[in-house]
Design a protein around this ligand. Structure first.
Ligand SMILES: O=C(O)[C@H](O)[C@@H](O)[C@H](O)[C@H](O)COP(=O)(O)O
Length: 258
């Protein structure tokens, strides 16, 4: 375990959602290049909500090496992949159906296990082990990039305020049956996984995020789920926000961009 304390978050604030989208695409491309140069593959975890739309800067971009991507979900609703609640369906509609990514590089939940959450979450953990443990021999997988959103209650992935999963230290993937936001059944990457990534990136856009963003970044001692994302050294946390979301922020470390 590293002796370095976690680095403070790097906050990029953009004048418009359009600039955020193109800057996020450049950020991901740089991470992709570093990962492929080093390991010949690029591992990334995606979320639902508005996040998939923020990746539109990658569509049609010839620099993206889709065949080198290994995609997992930071969290997923336990529903068929054709259900409107499925994060995979959302990511497919917004991104994957528009780019030449091999289907086998997208790691979905095993929908033959929808009626057994424990089996389903164990199976997803095994999918991660196949990708990471044999290649990196790490205690926890080290994603190149994990992309997260933040809910109005400060939740991220399917880690909700006050939930027992906030204390999970061992499992890579866990399930919940009591999500305060429907649908109730979900699986999620746990903090040990999120906090071992090389880069964790939150995207928060719009005035609706201003209050909670300030709470998460200016009052981390409250321990809201998004405040608990603190990647261990050499991992780095980034926030990509627009000016409306950043309006109430007080943290001095904010690096504002046009
Ligand atoms: O799991 C869910 O119920 C939602 O997907 C939720 O987690 C969403 O991602 C956040 O509330 C952020 O919302 P935006 O991405 O729309 O900002």
């Amino acid at each position: 375990m590293s002796h370095h304390p976690p680095n403070p978050p790097i906050i990029h604030s953009f004048a418009s959602p359009e600039v955020l989208i193109s800057s996020l695409a450049s950020f991901i491309l740089k991470a992709q290049k570093e990962a492929i140069d080093k390991k010949g593959r690029f591992t990334i975890a995606l979320s639902g909500g508005s996040l998939p739309k923020q990746l539109s800067g990658l569509i049609g971009n010839p620099a993206v090496k889709w065949d080198m991507w290994q995609v997992f979900y930071a969290d997923e609703r336990v529903v068929p992949l054709t259900d409107p609640d499925s994060n995979h369906l959302l990511c497919s509609t917004e991104l994957f159906n528009k780019v030449p990514i091999p289907k086998e590089n997208i790691h979905t939940i095993d929908t033959s296990l929808l009626s057994d959450l424990e089996e389903l979450s164990d199976a997803y953990e095994k999918e991660l082990i196949k990708e990471f443990a044999q290649k990196d021999a790490a205690r926890f997988p080290v994603f190149d990039v994990i992309l997260l959103g933040m809910g109005p209650d400060g939740h991220t992935a399917s880690l909700f305020p006050g939930h027992e999963l906030l204390a999970e230290e061992d499992r890579w993937v866990a399930y919940i049956e009591d999500s305060p936001k429907p649908p109730p059944n979900r699986i999620t990457l746990t903090y040990p996984v999120i906090n071992h990534a090389l880069r964790v990136v939150f995207v928060a856009v719009g005035a609706g995020k201003a209050e909670i963003l300030s709470e998460v970044l200016d009052s981390p001692e409250k321990g809201l789920p998004a405040s608990r994302v603190k990647p261990v050294h050499p991992g780095q946390l980034f926030w990509f926000v627009d000016e409306a979301a950043a309006a109430k922020l007080q943290v001095a470390s904010a690096e504002f961009k046009l």
